[in-house]
Design a protein around this ligand. Structure first.
Ligand code: GLN
Length: 247
């Protein structure tokens, strides 16, 4: 079996677990072949031994400063870094989870915060303002396949990827790393217009086995991204594909 954890320190844990279950049954019925005999186990992760059981992990939305403080207290920060950057197990961060997976977060009112890292990007937290400025937007996500309907993405105090950063030469970790791929852009309307000549904001990225989205697919019941991600997990676990260092 393949064990997929959801980091359960704070935030939208249950929603992800529900959608993961829905995604797994859809995967099973749509492509039973690729799925042959594989059983997914979905579980909450609060401790290092629980993390060690996992083949892949979701870091949910919530509040990244709080999540980091709790992770530090529970001694989970370094095991999480190891999971992502040494073991290269598949990880997906949504919203606050994307912040956690960034190597850098722009200075905010909250000040510095500890991050897990893994994505060579700098995120800007709370790009679209506060809770009451939350919104839903239709995104064309090419990775979901040709001719797919736009994905109704929920943005709640969402971060965006401001920049792709280059790991310094001193960071041996950076050698042979997969590039950062931009998988989703929000072009914006009205107040959200990007300053960069309508180029839009980066709201979905992947680097090797690390995937991040600014928005919350777990809040809409749209299972497509969860299905897509579980397929990737399946590939990685089975064939060791997408391994960051290719070694
Ligand atoms: N603004 C939060 C943070 O920076 C993320 C919000 C969310 O996950 N919905 O951590």
């Amino acid at each position: 079996h393949i064990t997929v954890g959801v980091l359960a320190l704070q935030g939208g844990v249950v929603e992800h677990l529900n959608l993961l279950r829905k995604a797994a049954s859809q995967l099973q019925s749509s492509s039973p072949k690729s799925h042959d005999g594989v059983e997914f186990i979905f579980t909450e992760v609060r401790t290092t031994p629980q993390l060690a059981q996992c083949d892949a992990l979701i870091i949910p939305g919530g509040e990244s400063t709080t999540m980091a403080i709790v992770a530090r207290r529970l001694g989970l920060l370094d095991p999480l870094r190891e999971f992502v950057k040494v073991q290269h197990k598949p990880v997906w961060g949504t919203c606050a989870g994307l912040v956690m997976l960034a190597e850098q977060a722009s200075a905010t009112k909250q000040g510095g915060q500890e991050l897990v890292g893994g994505l060579d990007v700098r995120v800007l937290r709370n790009r679209y303002g506060t809770q009451i400025q939350s919104f839903v937007a239709g995104l064309d996500l090419g990775f979901l396949g040709e001719g797919e309907q736009p994905f109704r993405a929920v943005f709640i105090r969402a971060p965006v990827v401001e920049d792709v950063i280059t790991p310094g030469p001193s960071q041996t970790e950076g050698q042979g790393k997969a590039p950062v791929e931009v998988l989703g852009v929000y072009k914006g309307e009205g107040q959200h217009n990007s300053s960069e000549q309508g180029k839009g904001d980066i709201v979905a990225v992947r680097q090797g086995n690390v995937f991040g989205t600014s928005f919350h697919p777990e809040l809409t019941g749209d299972v497509r991204i969860h299905v897509w991600w579980l397929k990737q997990v399946l590939e990685v676990v089975r064939h060791g594909e997408l391994v960051v260092n290719g070694a």
